[in-house]
Write a protein that binds this ligand. Structure first.
Ligand SMILES: [Zn+2]
Length: 160
């Protein structure tokens, strides 16, 4: 019997004037960017937490504490690769990801395929295994008023 594990990740970052917006490992031209200790890539952080969560290996904040000055401005792609290697080291392989980005603007659609490919390349899986959806905040709440951006991810792992 093949072992399977599911994990969930969620992240929120504040938005501030001045782009670009780093999302899913790419820089999207935009008039706002997300604020954080690292590169503040909200989607990447949700994916890392989902993968680590599925293997019960903690979370991104444990692996890369924001109290550590070496993590300032860190490329979240490095965090994703570290999470990939950590779950592989304990015998898990990534089956698929299903992700949602919550942002009033910019539109995700024009960037969707590039982000899917970027995440898939970093995880060494086929882009068909990376689903990405966008939701607006319907102009209400911190998402809808463009004060924040959030992301969620569900990841499935199988034993190698
Ligand atoms: Zn984050």
């Amino acid at each position: 019997m093949v072992g399977m594990r599911v994990g969930i990740g969620h992240d929120t970052h504040r938005l501030a004037p001045g782009g670009p917006l780093r999302l899913g490992g790419i820089d999207i031209p935009h008039d706002k960017g997300s604020v954080g200790h690292s590169d503040a890539d909200v989607l990447m952080h949700a994916v890392v937490d989902a993968i680590l969560g599925a293997a019960a290996l903690g979370d991104v904040g444990q692996m890369f504490p924001d109290t550590d000055p070496t993590n300032r401005g860190r490329d979240s792609a490095e965090m994703l690769c570290a999470a990939r290697d950590a779950v592989a080291a304990v015998g898990w392989r990534i089956v698929n990801l299903d992700c949602i980005v919550f942002a009033q603007r910019p539109k995700l659609l024009p960037h969707r395929q590039v982000i899917r490919k970027r995440l898939a390349d970093l995880l060494d899986i086929d882009p068909d295994r990376v689903s990405l959806k966008g939701k607006t905040g319907e102009h209400v709440g911190p998402i809808g008023q463009e004060k924040a951006i959030a992301a969620e991810c569900v990841a499935l792992l199988e034993s190698k």
